[in-house]
Design a protein around this ligand. Structure first.
Ligand SMILES: O=C(CO)COP(=O)(O)O
Length: 122
């Protein structure tokens, strides 16, 4: 399973907690992340993660490009719905790419837990 993990600043603690509950699965996965999210996850859990640029610097676009060529099986993208983001077009492009290529994309913790539980079984 090849997963991308992305969280806005207001959702990074939620991402760390989510990952803590699914470490056996995540350790079996090939992981990529935007820059700061990846750094936080690596520091908190020792996960091996390919880190892209930070989101506002183009990291979402890098992940979208990899997804578009078939290199991802799922995306967990904990967006902060309460805070405007300067790179909103990049965020929309990544979520759109998930829809274009029919790649599962969880944008909140509840959906992410459902996907992770499903992937843990598979
Ligand atoms: O902004 C982001 C996603 O849109 C996340 O980027 P960082 O993980 O670098 O904070």
């Amino acid at each position: 399973m090849r997963l991308a993990l992305i969280a806005h600043d207001g959702r990074k603690d939620a991402m760390i907690a989510l990952a803590a509950d699914h470490l056996p699965l995540l350790r079996r996965c090939t992981l990529m992340a935007t820059g700061t999210t990846g750094a936080r996850l690596a520091a908190a859990h020792g996960l091996e993660i390919e880190r892209m640029l930070s989101g506002p610097m183009g990291g979402d676009l890098q992940i979208g490009a990899r997804l578009a060529v078939g290199e991802l099986d799922g995306v967990i993208f904990l967006r902060d719905p309460m805070t405007p983001q300067p790179h909103e077009p990049d965020i929309n492009a990544l979520v759109r790419a998930c829809d274009v290529h029919d790649v599962p994309c969880a944008t909140n913790v509840s959906t992410a837990r459902l996907l992770l539980a499903s992937w843990s079984e598979g």
